[in-house]
Design a protein around this ligand. Structure first.
Ligand code: NOJ
Length: 496
């Protein structure tokens, strides 16, 4: 199944319409506008709150069978808690879901893509265990309202990125800088909240017959050379930034990776602490979290080499997860670069999927994000075309190697608000004109190439569509129909 992905804050707009409450991103862009690269906001974004029918039309044009989108928590529960459900918010997503189904497109719904209601943030957000209740209650509202039609639920998007940017680097909402403590607390509560939402579904909504999964981001990591220290550094990279979130759910032991436990415990002890900054799970919690994902929803963009040597001495803040992990990473300079962190290495996806298959016992995978972002606009996005072909090819190799891959979603259906980089970084298959009040969407070359891959099930490197020639199949039909009409009228005229 091929698809395309988006998230609510990044495309919807309608930030204070239809009874919606404030999310922590609404709060950030108003209180700290200079933090966003172009001082932009998601207030209007691509205006999908009003243009969702056009979005579905684009999905139809592409010929995808999946649309992965997210629900804005404060649009459904303006005050965060489940004691007031906003009917207009429910109506918006009902309309979207119904429009998708009417067009034969399966919704994959992300429950949480970083839009925490601001008042829950003020009560502690992801740093308090209360969020396990809040999140579970919110998920229940969604299952109850949409679960008759939504059969694929994605609980939480990218725990590592959310905790690293939001609670460690302070680059995303809620802009907390606590790389040694909050970073781990955030991850811990995300795992517990995810498990709560999973159990609520299985205990109360199993009759709906759907599946529930967590969305994990993972780069492919490789040792920078064949030394033992590089190999160890790579293993630590995997333990800290992937295994921290995956192992408790997908591994047989159901706990954090031992390397992670040991390294944080040792660093904490060296810092004079009597307990590890990575709080251990109780056996009960381990049992509660283990096995709570019906498949792996994987977001993958890039790869890196990992090393550990003396050049790292003194480079990390103490305490921090960077210091705990104590490793360096870099991309191969020959890889095609998009945004600052995005380097294309298509075989990385194949290697990662084969690694996961071996490590996590043949798990089932949907790639829920993969795409190329850069700082250029325009319709001739050759780089994105190259990226897409390379990565889909790599996915095919993984299927040949026996990985159980069920679906692939390109990020993103259209240009959108790329968090702290605002609208400067573009990922869209469709270009969005943010200067135009209508937020006109136009297919880029990559959209046409993706469409042809989906139609033909073949990656043809010689296929070279012109995104400026506005003769796509719909208008071609119009032209042909009117030509036929003219001919017919000419013929009718000769009769009389
Ligand atoms: C991951 C996130 O889920 C999404 O919100 C973001 O826009 C893309 N990656 C690209 O950075």
């Amino acid at each position: 199944m091929f698809g395309a992905a988006t998230s609510s804050y990044q495309i919807e707009g309608g930030w204070n319409e239809g009874g919606k409450g404030w999310s922590m991103w609404d709060h950030l862009v108003r209180t700290d506008p200079d933090h966003i690269a172009d001082r932009s906001t998601g207030d209007i974004a691509a205006n999908s709150y009003h243009l969702y029918k056009r979005d579905v039309e684009m999905l139809k044009e592409l010929g995808v069978s999946i649309y992965r989108f997210s629900i804005s928590w404060p649009r459904i529960l303006p005050f965060g808690r489940h004691d007031y459900v906003n009917p207009e918010g429910v109506a918006y997503y009902n309309n979207l879901i119904n429009e998708l189904l009417a067009n034969g497109i399966t919704p994959f719904v992300t429950i949480y893509h970083w839009e925490l209601p601001q008042n829950l943030n003020e009560l502690g957000g992801w740093l308090t265990e209360d969020i396990v209740d809040w999140f579970g209650d919110y998920a229940r509202v969604l299952y109850r309202n949409f679960g008759d039609r939504v059969k694929h639920w994605l609980t939480i998007n990218e725990p590592y990125i959310h905790c690293n940017h939001g609670y460690s680097r302070g680059n995303h909402a809620p802009r907390i800088r606590s790389p040694g403590i909050a970073f781990y607390e955030c991850g811990r509560h995300i795992l517990l909240a995810h498990a709560r939402a999973y159990h609520i579904y299985k205990n109360e909504f199993a009759f709906q017959g759907g599946q529930v999964a967590i969305v994990i981001s993972s780069d492919m990591s490789m040792p920078s050379d064949d030394s033992q220290s590089s190999y160890e550094a790579m293993e630590d990279y995997r333990a800290f930034y992937v295994g921290q979130y995956m192992d408790p759910i997908f591994s047989a032991t159901g706990n954090y990776p031992q390397r992670l436990i040991d390294r944080v415990a040792r660093a904490s002890a060296n810092q004079g602490l009597s307990e590890s900054r990575l709080r251990p799970f109780t056996q009960e919690q381990i049992n509660y979290i283990r096995g709570t994902s019906d498949f792996l929803a994987l977001n993958h963009y890039t790869s890196k080499f990992v090393y550990r040597n003396d050049s790292l001495n003194g480079t990390f803040e103490v305490p921090s997860h960077q210091d705990d992990a104590y490793l360096g990473t870099y991309p191969d300079p020959s890889w095609m670069q998009g945004g600052t962190w995005l380097f294309a290495y298509p075989p990385g996806l194949y290697k990662l999927l084969v690694h996961f298959k071996e490590k996590y016992n043949n798990l089932t995978v949907y790639v829920t994000e993969n795409g190329f972002g850069n700082y250029t606009t325009g319709l001739d996005d050759e780089n994105r075309v190259t990226y897409l072909r390379g990565y889909i090819n790599s996915l095919l190799d993984a299927i040949d190697a026996g990985v159980d891959i069920r679906g692939y979603c390109a990020w993103s259906l259209m240009d959108n608000f790329e968090w702290a980089t605002g609208y400067t970084m573009r990922f869209g298959l469709y270009q969005v004109d943010f200067d135009d009040a209508n937020r006109t969407r136009t297919p880029r070359k990559s959209a046409l190439v993706y469409k042809e891959i989906i139609r033909s099930r073949v990656i043809d490197p010689t296929y070279n569509p012109d995104p400026h020639a506005r003769d796509d199949s719909n208008s071609a039909i119009v032209v042909k129909t009117s030509a036929l009409f003219i001919l017919l009228s000419a013929f009718v005229n000769t009769l009389f």
